[in-house]
Write a protein that binds this ligand. Structure first.
Ligand SMILES: [Zn+2]
Length: 635
């Protein structure tokens, strides 16, 4: 009895010791708390130094405003002010301080949103939210040719997923009647005319290198009555597409091309998603956007810098029409190097079966990023970290992944997952229930029980048939720690089938010597899962400019599949308790899909459940990000 007690006592100590081991994210090693602390301090010092140097070289930033940190762990620096409190967006607000801010997010419903749109969503919805205002989701659906129902739905879902609720969902097409009247008003004021020029002629009028000086269209001098009658004739179907259009009479002497008599209405022989065949003429973006902003009482119309030149025509048109004038301001767009966002090119990858669909986890569509398991909160944090200025943010994928990794580190539970299992029979082991914390750092995540069995499975790569002095995992005659298990195990023999090790026989190493390394394992009877590790889809940072086209730049190794992986039983609880974390659009039970079942597979990667290919019987896991930066790259 006394012996047994002694053993139990020792067991407790060792279990407690193993529970305290923490992952060093930078190296992927499991190390003691004090060692990790030492390492982190050393790295922080190094980082701080680098930061100081960088800051000395950069433009001085504004003083930090106050805000409360939300993170559960103590942070060593004061949180930076949000993008709405300082810098560009603060200046925009100060330029037009309004009591009730109204903004809009105006996507064209002709494709899936991508990572760049996440910035636009964060900015427009976030700006309104920060100032206690409202933000509309407006479908800019004036081009009937490209619109499809699935895009409308997907866009609304992505806005909600990022945690925002539009004050109203509006459609530019709902204003077709009003817009038409505005066009007649513009004609009546002598500021628009019906033009019969061909595309080539209109282009020639714009002047330029081979075309000589700019010139006024000969139709610009027609009378108001004539233009009105002809515009109505356009509306009533007298002309076929391209035979006539309505142009604004602006100022061709202006240096800005957006003032060179832009087209306001064109004829399209196409039914519209919402208005059917009511219209044969459709307003252009240049005509529609500013008027719809005005109709909706938008106070701050925020868009990307590609629209800087358009600001002049935007303001011109609202002024001419004597309607409410929103203020347009432009911020730099966000792009990630090594990603491809072109709709046409992604469509090619989808159609040729190179990827699993528009939501393939290797793509940077928002539905792809969602399926990959990236939490919406991490995307918002990423946008916020980059800040908002008038210059474009061209960012490497690794930086995006670094933010995701940091975010997951403090928000998801930890489990053991073995990708390529090999059987270990521990001959002198007894079954034992282990009480394992979901997170060594955040006790609030709670504990769960894992049954330790005589037969366990470890990673094939954690065993070597021939030992060497610089190797610290399992080998014949060598001991290794099993995470959370009282004693290290020592391999005594192994059997092979051909080249493949099929079983390792081991015994507990009760010598009392602390193992150099701990490895993850799962007990017998663990759930089998398929694991997909995704790597960058392209070999280069610029797939679009690869020789012979982007298809030549495809990486052969962008998806590694482990069909026979095994996961410990704690997974069932993590799945039942999802979303992890409860943040942004997943704030609450049932709000996240299967992709909100996230966890850190210790020593493996951050993982999520694939929401498309998983069933009750067969779980498919996707890698969200690797545990450390260079791991993903080297593969
Ligand atoms: Zn003309």
């Amino acid at each position: 009895m006394a012996d047994k007690e002694k053993t139990a006592d020792a067991t407790d100590k060792i279990v407690a010791g193993a529970a305290k081991l923490q992952l060093d994210e930078a190296t992927g090693e499991m190390v003691s708390k004090s060692e990790l602390k030492k390492r982190l301090q050393k790295r922080q010092k190094k980082e701080a130094e680098a930061k100081r140097k960088a800051e000395a070289a950069a433009v001085p930033s504004k003083p930090a405003a106050t805000s409360t940190p939300k993170a559960e762990e103590p942070v060593n620096t004061t949180p930076p002010p949000t993008i709405f409190e300082v810098g560009f967006l603060d200046d925009v607000y100060k330029e037009r301080p309004m009591e009730s801010v109204v903004t809009r997010f105006p996507p064209e419903p002709n494709g899936y949103l991508h990572i760049g749109h996440a910035k636009a969503i964060s900015i427009n919805f976030g700006f309104a939210k920060f100032h206690g205002g409202k933000c509309n989701l407006r479908f800019d659906d004036t081009n009937p040719e490209a619109e499809e129902e699935k895009y409308f739905t997907a866009i609304e879902e992505m806005v909600a997923w990022l945690g925002f609720k539009p004050d109203k969902v509006t459609y530019s097409s709902d204003n077709f009647d009003e817009l038409y009247l505005m066009a007649e008003k513009l004609i009546s004021k002598g500021r628009a005319y019906v033009c019969y020029c061909t595309d080539v002629e209109i282009n020639e009028q714009r002047g330029g290198k081979d075309r000589g000086a700019r010139s006024q269209c000969k139709h610009s001098t027609q009378s108001v009555e004539y233009n009105l009658a002809e515009f109505r004739a356009m509306r009533d179907g007298k002309y076929k597409p391209r035979e006539a259009c309505l142009r604004m009479l602006q100022d061709i002497t202006d240096g800005n091309p957006q003032m060179w008599d832009l087209i306001a209405y064109r004829i399209l022989d196409q039914a519209h998603h919402r208005t059917g065949d009511k219209w044969k003429i459709y307003p252009t973006y240049d005509f529609t956007h500013c008027i719809c902003d005005s109709f909706e009482g938008i106070t701050h119309s925020l868009c990307t810098t590609e629209f800087i030149q358009s600001r002049v025509s935007y303001e011109w048109l609202n002024k001419q029409l004597e309607v409410y004038e929103p203020m347009q301001r432009e911020y730099g767009r966000l792009s990630l190097t090594g990603t491809m966002l072109s709709k046409r090119k992604i469509a090619k990858l989808v159609n040729e079966g190179i990827v699993r669909g528009w939501d393939d986890p290797r793509l940077y569509t928002l539905i792809g990023i969602k399926r990959r398991g990236v939490p919406p909160g991490a995307i918002l944090e990423f946008v916020s970290e980059l800040g908002v200025t008038t210059s474009p943010s061209i960012v490497q994928i690794t930086r995006f992944e670094q933010t995701i990794r940091r975010y997951l580190e403090r928000t998801v539970p930890r489990l053991m997952l073995v990708l390529d299992p090999v059987r270990v029979v521990i001959e002198d082991a007894e079954e034992l229930d282990l009480d394992i914390p979901f997170s060594p750092k955040f006790k609030t995540m709670g504990n769960h029980t894992v049954r330790f069995t005589k037969t366990v499975y470890i990673e094939r790569t954690d065993f070597r048939e021939v030992d060497s002095p610089d190797y610290f995992r399992l080998a014949p005659g060598k001991s290794v720690g099993l995470l959370q298990v009282p004693y290290p195990v020592k391999a005594v023999s192994f059997t092979k089938d051909g080249d493949k090790v099929t079983e390792i026989k081991a015994v507990f190493d009760k010598s009392g010597k602390k193992p150099k390394t701990y490895i993850h394992w799962v007990p017998e009877g663990s759930r089998g899962v398929e694991v997909r590790l995704h790597n960058p889809l392209f070999k280069s940072e610029k797939p679009e400019s690869a020789e012979g086209g982007f298809l030549n730049d495809l990486s052969e190794n962008s998806e590694e599949i482990y069909p026979n992986a095994m996961i410990e039983s704690g997974f069932e609880e993590v799945k039942a308790r999802a979303p992890w974390p409860e943040a942004a659009g997943e704030d609450g039970k049932g709000k996240g899909g299967l992709e909100s079942v996230r966890f850190q597979a210790m020593r493996v990667a951050y993982m999520t459940v694939d929401s498309v290919d998983s069933t009750d019987d067969k779980i498919v896991l996707n890698r969200i990000v690797s545990l450390k930066e260079d791991e993903g790259k080297s593969k």
